[in-house]
Ligand binder design. Sequence first.
Ligand code: HEC
Length: 136
Amino acid sequence: MKPRTLIWLAMIGVFVAFMYQTFTSADMLPFNCSEKKDQVVHGRLLYQEGNCTSCHQLYGLGGYLGPELTTVMSQQGKGELYVRAVLEHGLGRMPKYGFSAEEIDALVAFFVYVDSTAITYRGQKNIASGGGLLIR
Ligand code: HEC
């Protein structure tokens, strides 16, 4: 076989492998079942529709009336039960939205996902309880 043919075959092989990776990796997001993924997407939509970002920050971005929510699932004294209670009943200036059980599940799934991506936030002790980062 001529070297030129070999190089062509190698290039076509790499292209095919690359395309395979491109199209299959879309399903390899950090969810292990599609039901969970749907919930996270639904939760994100509720977060957008509820305009939560006008009062809350994710990754430091958003309004400052309410606390930063990026790591609300893993912060000591907070976590899933706490978030469920706040979403169901409201709290202080946090409005009671009247979410259904399904919607609360979806928002919880969304916050669990966001928390799992908060690599630089986690363990950072300088998140102010009223939101935002404390600059020392
Ligand atoms: C009008 C402003 C406002 C909006 C809009 C708002 N919140 Fe809040 N939220 C607050 C405030 C203020 C608190 C803190 C209440 C307190 O501690 O007294 C809070 C607390 C929370 C908490 C508990 C956080 C913690 O660390 O204690 C969660 C979870 C939460 N909100 C989720 C949401 C979600 C989800 C939405 C959108 C569907 C939303 N909020 C919309 C103002 C708001």
